[in-house]
Structures are given as structure tokens and as C-alpha cells.
Design a protein around this ligand. Structure first.
Ligand SMILES: Nc1ncnc2c1ncn2[C@@H]1O[C@H](COP(=O)(O)OP(=O)(O)OP(=O)(O)O)[C@@H](O)[C@H]1O
Ligand SMILES: [Zn+2]
Ligand SMILES: [Zn+2]
Length: 804
């Protein structure tokens, strides 16, 4: 009998989704399990690499000469059977390699690094002579790519003659923090006898003995030292006498140690109750259904999530709740932790690798039943899932823009089917895709049409900046907005001002009439390319020179649009010297914890105005905010992206929703050069339904999602010609598999045609039903490994968020 392990190996240039077979040596036969990482020899040089065991087989005999597994990297599986199964589905549907998917599911610290070590084989070679090539202290850990060409060639010469060897060692980076824990070995009865044996002035030891006699539960050494004001020496002494035992235990780093007080569920209003009942019924009946919870801003969606989670926990199940990265504020975390306390594990990019690793292990060991996190938390190794919730489901950050290019919503759907549990997608402005699915009853629509306690939505006013600029006003602040800010300062109420920085100066617009240059073929705005001073369409490749004057009104005031938060802050401060302003953008939030600090300050009324980028649009619930100002609504609108209207509408609705959430009425000012654009008009009335109908009509006309599926393939190479040629080759390969109904855009250069000295070319395929496409694209993925060695990077993106 032989045992064989199927292993997905980690070799960047020779990836395949087929596992390799290895013999399991008898020493590890009983320990090895599916889901463990192993070190295996690979290729002719038998270099040692990392791999994942995805299956184990026992056979009577094996004819093929297989290599042995070298060693185990883990003592228990790091991935459970569900996640291994999920990884192969993920690889297939996102056109990625399975190894990438497996690694994506693990915390950073567990992604192995290799060290390379140098060893002399031939006694003829002296240490001194080798040290002349590479200093001896570097033999244990060196990076081949950091050697000089001379060093490299000299080492290679020795290697060819078999005089030295280069050993690859897999480095396991995961370290847990360890502390000592002590446990009493004394009973109450023993105390008098021991006390009698101690000197009267041995106060510290007496205290310790007394404590041990009455406390049988284990306690951390540092804690008892602090409590009894004793030192490690006393503890050591007691240990030697057998009065206590000491062992090392893992100490979790708790990033959210605050907030010990628990909150109680609120009395739901009738709409909230209907929504909750529908979802909990699904939990109880173990049905994998998807709900779309469409609730206006401040309608109490979060409370519905919390009570849904509570229900799942009461059924002895667990829950996953995803929140967009930038909305994963301390406010949100403390709302969940405030309800479920220690049962919550939080996963997001603000945590250190060590903290993430600790949270991940708490989940794996069933010590946390609720996972709250950003996109990648959807891979949390949590078992027995009772409900999955995705808040702000329309957010683009749920799609990963690197391989594997997955959408968390699709992964959540897969897991909901695996666990027979409901999936709840919540938003005030659902993505068109999700809302369209609820139209066809694929998702079940649940609505919260009103704000809590009948509070009205804020009044939105559109400010036409064309008029404002004509009347010679300030560049960034219109008169009505300035007046409103002044008024809030007087009333001691707070304001949030948003400066939209997306698409910063990538397009040009006429300051007099608001005209934006569009493509004659695509009805999408042209993008300014400063490198060659041309306007380009990224969809069809059309290009033209930068206009010197506005083609519409012949004004010369046609220029690129954009402005920075710092400049705006100065302007604002000059207008209101007395105002306390907090600025929140990438520059002020770079340091760890600064995001939290700014919001905390604002929440404690230590500032009058919060000025920021899109970061401030989501999830904030500050009762004293009664004014929201959007300084430039247009930048997102004019991006060369078919989703730009949708993004604009969503953003304006979200940010407007920050105003007037409590008793005081809210007011919103939206400054725009396109006051008549439907996305702006409908954001004014905060009418999602009308926006949905209008936008669906346009998508239908223009053959975009959700009416069509889209697939984008991109090639990158340092020579433009090579990248372009690759895309023509790919297209020719795909053509026989495409029906006449498929629409192909390109090959064209990408909007930012050159990044880091590489040229990017792309094709976009729009299609409805192409049964052969999947197989053809998978083939292209497999072949891309050969291209990789030629320096061509091919990437495949199913349902890209934009074509940019
Ligand atoms: N049933 C309820 N009774 C009283 N207050 C409630 C109730 N439900 C929610 N609230 C309160 O109403 C406010 C808004 O609720 P919440 O933040 O959950 O809304 P939301 O729909 O998630 O908002 P947004 O999408 O704008 O972030 C919160 O302060 C919350 O505590
Ligand atoms: Zn004009
Ligand atoms: Zn075009």
C-alpha cells in the first residue's frame, strides 16, 4: 500500500491547475491531512517549494516514479475542505491559478517566503575562496536577484561543477505572541501548613501562596505579578517548590480591546421587522436565498443586520458581515462588537499582519462566531455559517482588481449555497446588477423606504457652478454653500464637505458651458493623454487633438478639471477663520489610527467641519451633522466609464445621507457644472427607483451590463508592439469560439497606456450567451505561462468594474 498526496505547487512560472502527485513518506503518513502546506522537491533541480495538499489517496501500488514529500509545514490543516473546494471554483470562474486562490485565502504571514542558502559540496573549495565571492554571513540567507552579475556568474560556475549547492528553504513567517500562564497546584487545606513553613517577613511569597490556595483557574503571569505586586523571581521560586505550574500560551493581540459594554437590540419598526422575519425564516429553514435589502440612508439597515446575526447565533450558527474597507470605521466595528463582544473577529487592512493572523486563528478555533471584515474576510475559515451579510453591496471595492479577480458577492453566494444559509445584500443604492436580479425574483427584494422615526431625508439643492463662476464667485465654494456653512457655525451644528477626487484632471471641460468632449462612436467622454497631447476613447480607439477652444460655445476657458483638498482647506479657513476644520484624505490618514482619531474628534464635537474625499461618504452616523456639501459632483460623472452615472448617483446619495440623521433637519448642497444631468437630478430627489429605470434603459440601448456580460483581457509588455500583437493573437484565438452576437471592442491601448514602463493593450468582449467562451479563455490562461517567460503579462477579468 502506498499513500499519495495531490499537491498544488507554488511555482510562479509554471503554474497549472492540475495537482502534482507525491509519495507520502511513512514518517508523516499519520500526520498528513488535506489542507496542510507541505514542502516538496520540484523540477530537475529538485528545488524545495511550498505546496498545498488538496487530496490524499491510498493505492495498492504506484507505477510512476514519484518524488517524496519533504516535510509538513503545518501541524494542522490551514484550509478546510470547504475552502479547498471553493478555491477550485474560484480559479475556474475568475480565470486564475488555483495556487493564487489558495494563497489569497490565507493571512499574509502565512504566505511563505523562501530563503536561499549556500553550501559547499566539494572539499576542494575552501570557505575562504567562496567568501571572496559572497561574504560568509550571507550564505545562510541571500537573494539571487540582489547579487552582482559577477557574483552570479562565479557562483554559477561552481554550481555547474557541482562544487556548491543552493538550498531553498521555505520560511514560515507566522509567529504567535506567547506569554506565560500559571496554574495553582495548592488547595485551601494546604495553606496553613505552607504558611507555617514560611518566614513571617516573606510577605510576597505569603501573598502568592494565599492567592494560589483560593484561585484554581489559570492566569497570566504578568497579571498576577501586577495584582500581587510580586516579581518573576517569586513565581519562579513557587514553581520550583511545586506550588504552581507554568506554561507558555498564545496571547492574542486584540486590536479592538476597547468597548466592553454591550448594547441591547432596539425595538424594530414594522418594515425592519418584516425584513428580519424573512431572513430569519431562511436561516431556520436552512435555505440558501439571496435578499436585497434596499433601505434609504438612515433607515436602520445595520440594526436589521445585528438582529439577524443574533438570530443565527441563537441557532448555534455563525455569521459573516462584509463592510467596504473605508466604511470599516471604529463606529461600525464598535456597533457590532457592542452587540456581540468577544464573539466578534475583525479583519481589515488597517490591522498589522500579526493582528490579522491572531484574528484568523481565533476564527479557526471557533473562538469567534461573528466575522466582520472587508472584501477578503469572505474567505474567513468560519464553519457552520448561518448568514452572510454584505453592507453597501454596490461598492466597487468588493471586486479585487488583482488576481484572483473575484467579486466578494459571488464568493458569498457560493458559500451561502454550501452552507444552505441566506445572503443579505444591503444598500441605499443597490448596484444595477443586483437590483435587476431582484426584478426577476432571483433575489428577494426587502425595502426600508423611510428613515427611522419618520425623520425626513435631507433637502438637496443643486448649485449651478456655471452661473456661480460667471458672477465671479470663489472657485470652489458657491455663495449658497458659504452661507449655509456660516449658518451652521452660528448654530453650533456640524458640516461635512466632500471633494471628489476621482478622475482628477483626466478629462477636460468647458468652464463656460460645461461641455465635455465625447467620442463620436461611443458616447463616452474622451480621456486626456498628457504624454502625447491627444484626447482618446478607451472603448473604440478613436483619438483627436486637444481642443484649444470649446467646440460648443467657442469659449477659451476649456481646461482640465480638478483641485486638491489641501488647497480647499486653506480657502475654507480663509473664509471662516474661526472654524475648526478637520481634513480627511490619503495624506492625513496615512498613519495607523489617524482615520479613527479624526472621526473620534469630529464625533466629540471638537471640530465644526469635516472636509474630505470619498472616504467620508459612507457609514458615518453623527447626529449633529446637518449640512453636507459636495464641492464637485462632476468628476466621477465624466470618467470614461459606462458606470460613471451609477457611481455618481450612488456617491451623492450616500454622502447626502450623512445629514440630518437625528432630530435636526439636514440640508445638502451639490455643486455641479451639469445641473441637468439625470444622475444629479435624481440624486436631488434621492429617487433610486427612477434612477434605476432610467439607467437600465441606457444600458439596454448601449449594450452594457446588466444586459450584457463583459470580459476584459489585457496584455502588458515593455514594448508597445509586443503588447498589441499579443492582443491580436488572443483575439484571433478566441474568434472561432465566439458567435456573431458577441461584440468585441479593441484591441486598444488602455486608458493609461503605459504604467511603470509597460504598455497595456486590451480587448473587451460583450456577450449574452457564449457557451464556448469559458473553455477558450481558460486555454488562453494556460498558454499565458509561456508568455510569462517572454515578459508578457496577460490578465483576464470577468465582469471588470470599469474598462479603464
Ligand atoms: N428600530 C429602531 N429604533 C430606534 N432607532 C433605531 C432603530 N433602528 C436603527 N436606529 C437608529 O437609527 C440610526 C440609523 O440607523 P442605521 O445607521 O442602522 O441606518 P442605515 O440604514 O444602516 O444607514 P446608512 O445606510 O445611511 O449607513 C442609528 O443611529 C440607529 O441606532
Ligand atoms: Zn463651452
Ligand atoms: Zn469610442
Amino acid at each position: 500500500m502506498v499513500q499519495i498526496a495531490k499537491v498544488i505547487v507554488d511555482v510562479p512560472t509554471m503554474q497549472t491547475n492540475n495537482p502534482y502527485s507525491y509519495f507520502v513518506p511513512t514518517q508523516i503518513e499519520t500526520d498528513i491531512q488535506v489542507g496542510m502546506r507541505v514542502v516538496v522537491p520540484f523540477g530537475n533541480g529538485n528545488r524545495k517549494i511550498q505546496g498545498f495538499v488538496v487530496a490524499l489517496e491510498t493505492k495498492a501500488e504506484e507505477k510512476n516514479p514519484l518524488k517524496n514529500i519533504e516535510s509538513l509545514m503545518d501541524l494542522e490543516p490551514v484550509l478546510n475542505p470547504e475552502l479547498i473546494q471553493l478555491s477550485s471554483w474560484l480559479a475556474d470562474t475568475t480565470f486564475a491559478f488555483q495556487i493564487t486562490c489558495l494563497l489569497t485565502m490565507l493571512p499574509n504571514v502565512m504566505r511563505a517566503k523562501y530563503t536561499k542558502q549556500l553550501k559547499i559540496l566539494d572539499p576542494e573549495v575552501s570557505s575562504e575562496s567562496l567568501a571572496k565571492i559572497l561574504p560568509e554571513d550571507e550564505w545562510k540567507d541571500f537573494q539571487p536577484d540582489q547579487l552582482t552579475p559577477k557574483q552570479q556568474s562565479e557562483l554559477l560556475k561552481l554550481r555547474k561543477k557541482n562544487q556548491i549547492e543552493i538550498i531553498y528553504k521555505v520560511k514560515n513567517q507566522a509567529h504567535s505572541k506567547q506569554v506565560f500562564q500559571i496554574k495553582s497546584q495548592l488547595s485551601e487545606e494546604e495553606e496553613p501548613k505552607i504558611m507555617a513553613s514560611l518566614r513571617k517577613n516573606a510577605v510576597k511569597m505569603r501573598n502568592l501562596v494565599h492567592y494560589l490556595a483560593f484561585h484554581q483557574t489559570a492566569i497570566k503571569q504578568v497579571e498576577i505579578e501586577k495584582e500581587l505586586k510580586i516579581t518573576a523571581a517569586t513565581i519562579k521560586n513557587a514553581e520550583e517548590r511545586g506550588w504552581l505550574t507554568r506554561k507558555k500560551v498564545e496571547q492574542y493581540r486584540d486590536p479592538y480591546a476597547m468597548n466592553k459594554k454591550l448594547t441591547l437590540p432596539l425595538q424594530l419598526n414594522s418594515e425592519q421587522k418584516v425584513a428580519l422575519d424573512q431572513v430569519t425564516k431562511s436561516i431556520k429553514d436552512q435555505q440558501s436565498r439571496t435578499f436585497l435589502l434596499e433601505g434609504v440612508t438612515g433607515s436602520g439597515k445595520t440594526e436589521v443586520y445585528l438582529q439577524t446575526i443574533a438570530y443565527a447565533l441563537a441557532q448555534n450558527k455563525t455569521a459573516i458581515m462584509l463592510v467596504p474597507e473605508i466604511a470599516l470605521t471604529p463606529q461600525m466595528v464598535s456597533r457590532v462588537k457592542g452587540r456581540f463582544g468577544k464573539q466578534v473577529a475583525v479583519l481589515h487592512s488597517g490591522l498589522s499582519d500579526g493582528e490579522k493572523y491572531d484574528e484568523w486563528r481565533r476564527i479557526k478555533r471557533h473562538e469567534a462566531q461573528v466575522v466582520v471584515g472587508a472584501r477578503s474576510a469572505i474567505f474567513a475559515p468560519i464553519e457552520n455559517v448561518g448568514v452572510i451579510i454584505i453592507d453597501e453591496e454596490h461598492e466597487t471595492s468588493y471586486k479585487q482588481d488583482d488576481t484572483p479577480r473575484y467579486h466578494a458577492r459571488n464568493v458569498a453566494q457560493w458559500r451561502s449555497e454550501y452552507h444552505n444559509c441566506p445572503l443579505v445584500l444591503g444598500s441605499a443604492t443597490p448596484s444595477l446588477e443586483s437590483r435587476a436580479r431582484s426584478e426577476r425574483n432571483v433575489y428577494q427584494l426587502l425595502r426600508l423606504p423611510d428613515r427611522i422615526n419618520g425623520h425626513p431625508l435631507p433637502k438637496v439643492k443643486i448649485v449651478d457652478m456655471r452661473e456661480e463662476l460667471q458672477s465671479g464667485a470663489n472657485q470652489n465654494f458657491s455663495d449658497p454653500l458659504l452661507a449655509a456653512i456660516k449658518n451652521r457655525l452660528n448654530l453650533k451644528q456640524q458640516s461635512i464637505l466632500m471633494l471628489n477626487r476621482r478622475g482628477y484632471s483626466s478629462f477636460i471641460m468647458c468652464r463656460d458651458c460645461g461641455f465635455v468632449l465625447k467620442c463620436p462612436n461611443c458616447d463616452i467622454s474622451l480621456t486626456l493623454h498628457m504624454d502625447n497631447h491627444r484626447m482618446k476613447c478607451h472603448y473604440c480607439g478613436h483619438e483627436e487633438p486637444i481642443p484649444k477652444q470649446c467646440p460648443n460655445c467657442h469659449s477659451e476657458k476649456i481646461r482640465y478639471y480638478g483641485t486638491g483638498t489641501e488647497k480647499v482647506e486653506k480657502e475654507l479657513q480663509a473664509q471662516f477663520p474661526e472654524a475648526r476644520i478637520l481634513r480627511m484624505d490619503v495624506d492625513t490618514t496615512r498613519r495607523k489610527g489617524s482615520h479613527e482619531r479624526i472621526l473620534q474628534k469630529f464625533g466629540q464635537q471638537q471640530a465644526d467641519i469635516l472636509l474630505g474625499t470619498q472616504m467620508i461618504a459612507k457609514g458615518l452616523d453623527f447626529p449633529n451633522v446637518t449640512l453636507v456639501g459636495v464641492l464637485n459632483a462632476d468628476t466621477a460623472l465624466e470618467l470614461p466609464d459606462f458606470r460613471s452615472s451609477e457611481r455618481t448617483f450612488q456617491l451623492l446619495t450616500q454622502v447626502s445621507g450623512r445629514a440630518g440623521r437625528a432630530d435636526k433637519l439636514g440640508e445638502v448642497f451639490i455643486q455641479t457644472f451639469n445641473p441637468d444631468h439625470y444622475a444629479i437630478q435624481l440624486a436631488k430627489s434621492q429617487n433610486y427607483e427612477n434612477f434605476f429605470r432610467k439607467e437600465m434603459y441606457i444600458r439596454h440601448q448601449e449594450k452594457y451590463p446588466p444586459y450584457y456580460y463583459t470580459l476584459q483581457i489585457t496584455a502588458a509588455h515593455k514594448e508597445e508592439k509586443v503588447a498589441a500583437q499579443k492582443m491580436y493573437t488572443v483575439l484571433n484565438e478566441l474568434k472561432p469560439s465566439l458567435s456573431p452576437d458577441a461584440i468585441v471592442l479593441g484591441p486598444t491601448p488602455k486608458p493609461i497606456a503605459r504604467v511603470k514602463n509597460k504598455y497595456y493593450y486590451q480587448i473587451v468582449i460583450k456577450y449574452k450567451n457564449e457557451p464556448q467562451l469559458h473553455e477558450a479563455v481558460t486555454k488562453i490562461l494556460q498558454e499565458s505561462q509561456a508568455d510569462y517567460r517572454l515578459g508578457i503579462q496577460l490578465s483576464i477579468d470577468s465582469e471588470p468594474q470599469s474598462f479603464m
